[in-house]
Design a protein. Sequence first.
Length: 81
Amino acid sequence: MRTIIDLEESQVNRLDDWAKAEKVSRAEAVWRAVNQMLERDAAPQGTGFGLWAQIDKSGKGVPPERDGLVLQRALRDKWPD
């Protein structure tokens, strides 16, 4: 797909310098930039519930030092009755 974009002259100059250094066309440079942005901003896999379980190598789920409920209970145990 072809598209038209408006860039400031300074942006075009920097883009051309980068493309020349990478030995690619200006179109390839723009394609790479767009592709990189889309990959970076894509929703990461494995986010949400159970995220810490992937970090814990033991397979037991959230490490106790990072479990909010464990921390909450420990803090409340210190409160006087």
